[in-house]
Design a binder for this molecule. Structure first.
Ligand code: HEM
Ligand code: SF4
Length: 570
């Protein structure tokens, strides 16, 4: 039977993967054809028939960058969800084609930094066998759609956003009208009032909630972004009905596609257009486009939502039993385990279950790096304890979404044996860092060594607990891939007369109280920066009141005192 005559229903796999959309034969055939095209392009590059300049747009369409030392492959993890088979495929790529590890990023992608051109096609084949690809992880198109790492599990969630993330993924993949936008375009979607997706710093951020008649509605944020012009997104609509989701997204993108600046790369993002027009005028233009569209063609009927939902396997949660009591007893008996549970878990909506965060930030480690062995272990743990499913977070950690509480102690022990049991989520050493000058061709400074120095300096868990929630993010240049603007304490690598230097920002937040960090003062050398962070922390510990977080104290006390402690030490 050819794929043309095979309907999607006939081609659907018999067993559905839990938490992920199951590919069918149509998707798989398409990926195979893309790989064959790319094989030919790579062969022509190796033979010298294509120059690097000619090859560049072709490779970027398959997520292949040329970095400082080697090619880098960026793989999308749609809405951050991976099946164990996919995790093993990533481990295999790390082992066979990289130096034994992969690097999770702030966009729920994974990057491989040491790919040889000859191996790229084989790497894409490994991905395709596991229903993954690297398409649209680069270029001026709609990028990987990111979502809440606790989607479908979190107790505070109003709506599981993955179904709509999947609808958006299908709509945006190879969308003929939006493959050459003025600039890259990033979506994030959440179904919880607590913003865990940095919605307000995306080109479009969506927060779903139940609406009238039981159907979802969306708050639509537009024009947020980091980079050289950091801006908090504006709320364009608070009540977009589910049935109009695609039509409205299309209307926004059309206005952007038509009017976004193509003459200046620094002014090309939608955030600049929204600023230039003003929110009201931008909204007016979108509404005008929306009204003129044949909305029936885009309408999301309940039947479509149900069909997509049905393609997601649902975990079969066991009845509660005494799981909670077993966990309480395990915590009482093991103080190290108890400390880890306090920081690294998240409340689950199913009684007797819990979500756990695997920190990829051991003391002195490289944020977001996972070795092939660790990836394989995570896949095993996912199979044994979490319905075969794993999530990647925008803070460069990994989540096992649904673990039975009486099994948590076993999981933690297995993680700890592999160096994955660090109890520091949301603490000062849970540092986010872009690859910086260790890999990135655009960097001004190295982000990784300063992250390592800070995480070694503050490794003491008692001290970290004392300091409490503190988000440090580091970027190696103003592109802000490490989200430093959205950090309570951000660090930006700059070039100061040919030397690597670092600028500190304070007071940023990527959550529902989104704010952009303020620059504290002139940039400093690496070691001075580490000392300056220590002084800022000391000041906070002296000045904080009533259990305030660092961010709260900073917001209450203001910049001046913090500035003094760094630039005019007593
Ligand atoms: C190593 C190769 C990379 C290159 C060449 C690269 C390039 C860029 C550039 C040029 C921008 C600015 C875009 C603009 O404002 O129009 C940017 C922004 C960004 N990149 Fe990267 N990046 C790389 C790696 C990463 C990594 C590893 C991460 C995650 C750790 C990441 C996440 C982001 C984010 C979150 C932004 C900010 C988006 C915004 O402005 O809203 N990138 N990147
Ligand atoms: S912030 Fe700059 S240095 Fe870091 S990954 Fe992005 S482009 Fe590279």
């Amino acid at each position: 039977m050819s794929t043309e005559t095979m309907t999607r229903a006939e081609a659907a796999p018999a067993v559905l993967p839990v938490g992920r959309y199951g590919y069918d034969q149509v998707d798989r055939t398409f990926l195979r054809e893309r790989i064959e095209q790319f094989r030919d392009q790579v062969n022509r590059r190796i033979a010298g028939d294509l120059t690097e300049e000619e090859f560049k747009p072709l490779r970027l369409m398959n997520g292949l960058y040329l970095q400082l030392h080697a090619y880098m492959l960026r793989v999308a993890v749609p809405y951050g969800t991976l099946g164990s088979k996919q995790v093993r495929a990533l481990a295999r790529i790390a082992r066979e084609f990289d130096k034994g590890y992969g690097h999770f990023t702030t966009r729920q992608n994974i990057q491989f930094n040491w790919i040889k051109l000859e191996d790229t096609v084989a790497a894409l084949e490994v991905l395709a066998e596991a229903d993954m690809h690297a398409i649209q992880t680069s270029g001026n198109c709609i990028r990987n759609i990111t979502s809440d790492e606790f989607a479908g599990a979190a107790k505070d969630e109003l709506l599981d956003p993955r179904v709509h993330a999947e609808i958006l993924r299908q709509w945006s993949t190879l969308h003929p009208e939006f493959t050459f936008l003025p600039r890259k375009f990033k979506f994030a979607i959440s179904g919880s009032p607590h913003d865990r997706v940095v919605a307000r710093f995306h080109d479009i951020g969506l927060i779903a909630r139940p609406g009238p008649h039981g159907r979802p509605v969306f708050e639509v944020f537009v024009g947020g972004g980091l980079g050289r012009t950091p801006l908090v997104g504006v709320s364009l609509r608070d009540d977009l009905p589910e049935e109009d989701l695609l039509a409205y997204m299309e209307a926004i993108l059309r206005v952007y596609n038509a009017h976004g600046r193509r003459d200046n790369i620094y002014k090309a993002r939608i955030k600049i257009l929204v600023q230039a027009l003003g929110t009201d005028e931008f909204r007016r233009q979108v509404e005008e486009e929306f009204a003129a569209m044949d909305r029936a063609r885009y309408r999301i009927e309940p039947a479509l939502v149900e069909a997509i939902k049905a393609r997601f396997g649902a975990p079969d949660f066991a009845p509660e039993g005494n799981a909670a009591a077993v966990l309480a007893e395990d915590r009482r008996r093991d103080v190290r385990f108890d400390a880890w549970v306090r920081t690294n878990t998240h409340e689950h909506k199913a009684p007797g279950y819990i979500s756990l965060v695997v920190s990829l930030k051991p003391a002195g480690g490289i944020p977001g790096d996972a070795t092939a062995e660790q990836l394989d272990l995570l896949a095993d743990l996912a199979d044994e304890f979490s319905f075969g499913e794993l999530r990647v977070t925008h803070l460069q950690n990994v989540v096992l979404g649904h673990v039975r509480q009486d099994q948590l102690h076993t999981v933690w022990q297995r993680l700890s044996q592999a160096g994955l049991g660090t109890a520091n989520v949301n603490f000062i050493t849970d540092i986010v860092a872009c690859p910086g000058l260790d890999y990135c061709a655009l960097a001004n400074a190295r982000s990784i060594p300063i992250a390592q120095k800070l995480s070694s300096r503050f490794a003491d868990l008692e001290l970290q607990r004392e300091i409490g929630d503190l988000r440090i993010n580091i970027s190696g240049c103003i592109n802000a891939c490490g989200h430093h603007h959205a950090a309570h304490l951000g660090i930006l690598g700059v070039d100061k007369r040919g030397q690597e230097a670092f600028q500190i920002t304070l007071g940023g937040s990527g959550e529902e109280d989104a704010s952009i960090g303020q620059i504290l003062g002139p940039a400093m050398a690496e070691d001075e920066t580490v000392d300056a962070v220590a002084r800022l922390i000391d000041l906070y510990l002296v000045r904080r009141e009533n259990g305030e977080r660092f961010l709260d104290t900073y917001r209450r006390v203001g910049t001046a005192a913090f500035k003094d402690v760094v630039y005019a030490p007593a």
